[in-house]
Design a protein around this ligand. Sequence first.
Ligand SMILES: CC(=O)N[C@H](C=O)[C@@H](O)[C@H](O)[C@H](O)COP(=O)(O)O
Length: 223
Amino acid sequence: MLIPQGALVVSCQARADNPLHGPVYMSAMAQAAEAGGARGIRANGVGDIAAIRAVTKLPIIGIAKVWDDRFPVYITPGIEQAAQIAKAGADIIGLDATPRPRDGEPVARLIGRIRAELDREVFADIATPDEGRAAHAAGATYVATTLSGYTEETASRRSDGPDLELLSALVAELPVPVVAEGRFDTPDLVAEAFRRGAHAVVVGTAITNPREITRRFVRAIGS
Ligand SMILES: CC(=O)N[C@H](C=O)[C@@H](O)[C@H](O)[C@H](O)COP(=O)(O)O
C-alpha cells in the first residue's frame, strides 16, 4: 500500500479557467506540498501527472477528468484514461466508483482491470456507504469520501462541510483503508478525520487554490 497511514495528501489541480492551470504551476505546487510535509499528491490529467512525476517520488493518485454531457461520471470513466495516466506516472488510479452511468464498462470490471492489466492500486471515490462496500468488494485498494455532496443522491450534504458521518460509517465497516476527501478545509477537520480512523486525508482547495482561498477571505470581510 503506497499511501502511508497518517498521510496528508495534497490535491494539486487547477481547471482551465484558473490562472494556475497547467503542468508548470501544478508541478511547483506539488513540490511546495512535499516541502511542507505532504506524503502523497493527487493530480489530474496526463500533462500535470507527468510533470509532477518528474519532480517528486511521492505516490501520485492520478485521475483523468473527462466531461461528457451524456454521463454524470467524469473522474477516470474508462480503462483508456486509466492506462494513459498510469503511463504518465500515476502509481494509484483514482476513479469515480459510484454505480452511475459512464462511458465504458461497469466500475467493478474497471477496478479489476486496473489492478490486473495496469498493475496499479485503485483509489475509489464514492458518496455513500453502499458504494464504499461495492468498491471494496470489487477490489479497490482505498475507499474515499470524495464524492459525497457531488452526486444527485447526496447533493444536500454539500453545504455541511466534510461528510464526517460517511467517514465514520466506512471506517466502522470496511477492512480497507478509508481516506477522507472533500471539503476538509482546516487543520482541525483533518485532525478530526484521523481521530475518526481515516487512513489518510486529501486536501485540495484549501491548500492549492489561491483563488478560492482569496474568495473565502473576501467573503468574510463582506466586501
Ligand atoms: C467532486 C470532485 O470533482 N472533486 C475533485 C476530485 O478530484 C476535486 O475537485 C477536489 O478538489 C478534491 O476532491 C479535493 O477536495 P477539496 O478541494 O474539497 O479539498
